[in-house]
Design a protein around this ligand. Structure first.
Ligand code: PLP
Length: 239
């Protein structure tokens, strides 16, 4: 366990260095970028070690893994982000431990999250997942709403009890006009965010960038980066 702690500490330090360098290169303050560590497929013991090492924001993408892990870490002051594709039958469970759901991409999910948040007596922060491979208002390959569907979804979140509109999230697309062009993709997300904030000024979160492309995301203006592999190692199975 101490070996794992040392490994995580070293990885975290390297990621921290990358974020700090990216902020410096972009003329941004380090505190304007929040590191979220994506702990999917890794055990609660790793989450505990990360907490000891100062991590306070963690993310998961499957409720069946996340729910027991969050329960096992309920004594820690952690903020849990849900970042995976979400079925409405999992919403009630997710609303029990997550402070943020970053993968909101359809009206039906907004309604279900609102009902669950109210029932749980909690306020949930929601980010709309934008699919940059789906022009217009269609759905993307990896989930997400097309850029033209953002305004309607945002208005629905803002009007729903128990929900707060936090901002936007994206995953760099594997196909379409932005495939292999992370910087351009994140620039586009930031543009969509600027448009969104005209109507929803508090929706300031821009969640973009993973292990391979966090520099592009910080350069584009991301406020939150979601880092898995670079902190925890290559995942043993697809997550
Ligand atoms: C797994 C995952 C990440 C982290 O990806 P890494 O490449 O391991 O850093 C970020 N965002 C989402 C939505 C993910 O599912």
């Amino acid at each position: 366990m101490t070996e794992r702690r040392a490994e995580l500490a070293g990885n975290l330090a390297r990621v921290e260095e990358r974020i700090a360098a990216a902020c410096a290169a972009a003329g941004r303050r380090r505190e304007d970028v929040t590191l979220i560590v994506v702990t999917k497929t890794y055990p609660a013991s790793d989450v505990r070690l990360l907490h000891e090492l100062g991590v306070r924001q963690v993310a998961e993408n499957r409720d069946q893994d996340a729910a027991p892990k969050a329960a096992a870490c309920a004594d820690l002051d952690l903020t849990w982000h849900f970042v995976g594709q979400l079925q409405t039958n999992k919403v009630r469970s997710v609303a029990g431990y997550a402070q943020f759901v970053q993968s909101v991409d359809r009206l039906k999910l907004v309604g279900a999250l609102s009902t669950a948040a109210v029932r749980a007596g909690r306020e949930l922060g929601l980010l709309l997942q934008v699919a940059l491979d789906a022009e217009a208002a269609g759905r993307g390959e990896r989930g997400g709403v097309g850029p033209d569907g953002v305004a309607e979804l945002a208005d629905a979140v803002a009007a729903a009890p128990g929900l707060r509109l936090g901002g936007l999230m994206t995953v760099a697309p594997l196909a379409g006009p932005y495939a292999g062009r992370q910087r351009a993709a994140f620039d586009r997300l930031v543009e969509i965010s600027a448009r969104l904030r005209l109507d929803h000024p508090a929706a300031t979160m821009v969640s973009a960038g993973m292990s391979a492309d966090l520099e592009d995301a910080v350069a584009a203006g991301a406020t939150h980066v979601r880092i898995g592999t670079a902190v925890l190692g290559v995942r043993p199975r697809l997550g």
